[in-house]
Design a protein around this ligand. Sequence first.
Ligand code: NAD
Length: 376
Amino acid sequence: MEILVKDSIARVADRSRREFLQTAMLAAGASIVSMPVLARQSDRKLGVALVGLGSLSTNQIAPALQKTEHCRLAAIVTGTPAKAKAWSEKYSIAEKNIYNYGSFDRVADNPEIDVVYVVLPNSMHAEYTIRAARANKHVLCEKPMANSAKDCEAMIAACQKANRKLAIGYRLHFEPHNLEAKRLGQEKVLGKLRAIEAGFGFVIGDPTQWRLKKALAGGGALMDVGIYALQGARYVSGEEPIEVVAVETKTDPVKFKEVDETIYFTLRFPSGLLANCGTSYNAGFNRLWAGAEKGWFELSPAYSYGGIKGRMSGDKTISLPQVDQFASEMDDFALCIKNNKSSGVSGEEGLRDLRIIEAIYQSIASGKAVRLKAGG
Ligand code: NAD
């Protein structure tokens, strides 16, 4: 049996919010004459400043911005003049909307910028999020949120102080197959969950890249892609882990001198459910599986930019529309800003993951299970 979903959940939510707003305005006695002005304001595309024009910005985020309904690429922040020139020509970005890392704080004076999207090496996320909040901009920050839970807390505090919204680039929260896995697990469609297996790894290339330097990356495979397995276990179960035990191995101790190569970690949830999760920079795998009382379901690949596929017991496939996850993520954040709602992928969500990641590293270092406070 094929499960087909015509509209993405985000679009339905968007339409419902618009209808609700219109009904509320009419109920409040707003005149029909004043409505188009308000509608025009809410239809305005929010200006996004991209900070860091590396691989993700170039190949995924900038193309996705061209597909969004509620955002537009308004500005760029780069330390490389050649990139500034190429991007300004390709995306018609005015000279006044091009910044470097030194001039970045001047985004405060630019009303065309509503959102700063931080797409820098992990260690720089906290600094640029905090500077963006001080410049009175909303912030979308790539995963992992920061190199430590302490930095995450500082980022949340800076955005709260500036009354700006903060979201983390957890694109799979906008991907239909992952949303279906979340629904199957959380609504106990196949009964109570009994076990989860989640893993994401790939063979990393260039040994000189920042991802292999602890100061810039914070950690290795776990920080970069293991976080997807952790997220998967959390959103499929709908529970927060209370204990974690983890082991690490380095089959190439030279290449992975500073960061983790391969880690397996087991999460214990309050219901008694266990999730066995893996991650690697030296082996390719990409899977989210859950076994329940009356059957099982699986996404494989589960975490890619496209081509996500699912199966479930009873010889069923989970086949849903493939969407541009980055476009959906950015439109969702724009709607959160326009409708003054907090994001489902908020800074608090990023902080929860960093607390668990720190406990995983602590378990590896101590060789013991580490207890977590329920709810992160
Ligand atoms: P990248 O190496 O391709 O790009 C990094 C950018 O940061 C480059 O433009 C580089 O010039 C700039 N930079 C500024 N200061 C730097 C410094 N001191 N050292 C190195 N680079 C510096 O990396 P990327 O793949 O674009 O990743 C950027 C961020 O996006 C990371 O946090 C990563 O985890 C995240 N990411 C998320 C996804 C996702 O699916 N959501 C995918 C890939 C990367």
